[in-house]
Design a protein around this ligand. Sequence first.
Ligand code: PMP
Length: 460
Amino acid sequence: MNKITNHLPTAELQALDAAHHMHPFTANAFLAEKGARVITRATGVTLTDSEGEQILDAMAGLWCVNIGYGRDELADVAYRQMKELPYYNTFFMSTHVPAIALADKVAELAPGNLNHVFFASGGSEANDTNIRLVRTYWQNLGKPSKQIIIGRNNAYHGSTLGATSLGGMKGMQAQGGLLPGFAHIGQPHWYLEGGDMSPEEFGLMRARELEAKIAELGEENVAAFIAEPVQGAGGVIVPPDSYWPEIQRICDAHDILLIVDEVITGFGRTGEWFGTQYYGLRPDIITIAKGLSSGYAPIGGSVVSDHVAEVLGREEFAHGYTYSGHPVAAAVALENLRILEDEKIVDHVKNEAAPYLAEKWHQLGDHPFVGETKIVGMMASLALTADKSVRKPFESPAGTVGYMVREKCFANNLIMRHVGDRMIVAPPLVMTKADIDLLFERAVKSLDEGYAAVKEAGLL
Ligand code: PMP
């Protein structure tokens, strides 16, 4: 029998964790000294840790628990599906009902002519699929030189080798993570990089880098452009209004595919079903994961247009994962979508939760420590600054101050993340006004305490 349970003392769990468990995106030696926070259970928007603390999860796990924790319906569906058909594949001319039903539902919800789903187990895998998919599409059309995919600096598309190459995280790429066949343009991050330009001028300038990059590489060599509607892991970077229309124009004017990575923005986060609808985009492919199952089961996918699916289907596409369309994950995702629809959670975001969160979030902008506040639906960021009148960054290495504020949030039982010296939230979509009030109260306290600590440390 397994002797490691929730009943062990925290210190013992932490020691065992440090001994055998390698954490993602972590300096494990540092964590072993500090001890990881042990999360034991969760309901609604609240986590409980091994010390019995109640923590408000303003990050919805990793931007994924859209319907909140503790929904028995999903557990029941998983149990039933595991008994009926725990596994079968969809290779070799077979299929099963959960994959059929989920693909049908996603095609119904996805905008425009995005009607065909290739399943994966998460966002990174789905983006890896996209790389091979767009290259094969052009080969099938007799244009095999069209292979390069253009992404953006500071974009995140996942951690596999392919997804790391699509993205623009320099630190990840430095750790053996950049393949040939990828190119990158600048990000529409006005606050950090906009200089004296207006946000609108800067947005246009950054979009036009795509056109310049296509010209530089030769249109005959470019397969696709990929971007998140709002950069998530990059720091919830909301592009200026001028940005997306210009990107869409450029994609229309040139013979390249547009891949919109909706892993975070899909399934209600922006107050629309997809970020594509929020910005009025016409992608050829979208990447989905996270909110597809609200994180209750690992599943993702590429949703492709009628035209792309038709071209791809002309030959065997020699690609697939053992768990593509896994029946339990698919059944759980379908139930999650039923809840999102039946409980009108996307409307709740658009009409109640997001406007209220925006009202509160922008109030944080009055804090002397806060340079700008940004929000789209239920994803928001604020820039910590040494001098808000001139958008001055801190002199300490980027992330020093952000980490100090994050530690205060943690101590105040609020999960808010830092990306460099930017603080971000992406709460479960089901947050009530009372939950948002609590988030605000703890955020203010943490900012006040963080400000004091930063001054005391002589960083301001
Ligand atoms: N794309 C985006 C935009 C993401 O935010 C993420 C995960 N944070 C991924 C892809 C990768 O998804 P996964 O972690 O499920 O592989």
